[in-house]
Design a protein around this ligand. Sequence first.
Ligand SMILES: Cc1cc2nc3c(=O)[nH]c(=O)nc-3n(C[C@H](O)[C@H](O)[C@H](O)COP(=O)(O)OP(=O)(O)OC[C@H]3O[C@@H](n4cnc5c(N)ncnc54)[C@H](O)[C@@H]3O)c2cc1C
Length: 395
Amino acid sequence: MDYDVAIIGAGPVGGALACALATGGKQVALIDKAALPPMEHPHFDGRAYAIAAGCKRLLDETGLWDALPFTPCPILNIKVTDGKPGRPPSPLSLQFDHTQVGDEPFGWIIEARALRIAINEKLHSNPNITLFAPDEANVTRSAEGVTITLKNGTSFNAQLVVAADGRNSQIRAQAGIPVTRLPYHQSGVVCAIAHEKPHNGVALEHFLPGGPFAQLPMSASAEHPHMSAIVFTDKTDIANRLHILDADRFTKEVARRLGPQLGRIQLIGKRWTYPLSAMYAARYTATRLVLVGDAAHGVHPIAGQGLNLGLRDVQALADILTDPAVTDLGDTGLLAAYQAARRPANMTMLAATDLLDRLFSTNNPAIRLARDLGLAAVERMPRLKARFMRAAMGN
Ligand SMILES: Cc1cc2nc3c(=O)[nH]c(=O)nc-3n(C[C@H](O)[C@H](O)[C@H](O)COP(=O)(O)OP(=O)(O)OC[C@H]3O[C@@H](n4cnc5c(N)ncnc54)[C@H](O)[C@@H]3O)c2cc1C
């Protein structure tokens, strides 16, 4: 059996791409070195994605949205503040209300395991997708086509291979595509909390000297009526110390950064720590190869955009490849069109998140004053605010 497209990596980006191409009638082979069922954590594990409004279209069209087992929580308001842990935030803050730009929420907070369960269900039920996991692929590319040989010796052809194998992509390395990495010397700490008072759909981005602190509203569970995901960054040595604190002391550290607005808080699920760096590939294409998702780019999680960029790659690539007029999916012109559609946009987001982190992760009093005045100035400019809001939604 030969395939139209072979995708290496069944993470959220590779999985969503397989669903999008299969929905468009393409025959897809999807290979992951890991087995997929263990990725579905049976218990709440505290990790969640902020999915921008613009990416919901892809999840809707592929049926992934309807397959989510837990209801996503809409983000109705975003509050941006500046401060220091344990002290009240600066009164010069920025408030974004979704009703100022329409009826649609800014985005949704989706439990990471919910997205995984939905992707796994679709990968198994769509007859146009053949899944090889756990397995590993040896990839040979030429101007004529792609040959994939699996570990057991099975071999098949495809017109195009897609590298969706994450930040340390082997396929990208084998193609000799260079990457640039920007270390942040920061780590991301991720957990979830139950709290006494309702969040009312408000997401908080609180800029602290060690790095940004985000509280993202989550849907209620049977046990906890009020829940939020927490993602914050701090210098790596501090994040490592936080990681080994007992639950009580860790919760106090979260509360110092969050402030009192949600009342008493309680840590639920696990806590996770990720070393942070930005990264970008010099190009997204080679002979009959394209890069998508974290294989092509990695950004600071300050704006929760990493997976959103990957889903936009998927949308752009699927739109190009499922055009009925296209006969050769590995055509260099098509691949160039994909790179032109996505690389500049991804580089802009990388630069913006990098600048935001540098601007806000500092204690320099002059920069603090300038950014507080900047927040207050933007707050008084409704047109500029509306542009920021549309950009956050991906519209
Ligand atoms: C702290 C933190 C918070 C974040 N929060 C958000 C957020 O709120 N919103 C958001 O949009 N993004 C967020 N992100 C970013 C998001 O997690 C990533 O952008 C996303 O997981 C990338 O998905 P991917 O499928 O490209 O790569 P991955 O998730 O890395 O998946 C790669 C897949 O490839 C497989 N693989 C690897 N090598 C091979 C191989 N040789 N052969 C076969 N298979 C292979 C792996 O097993 C894996 O399944 C966050 C990131 C961090 C660190």
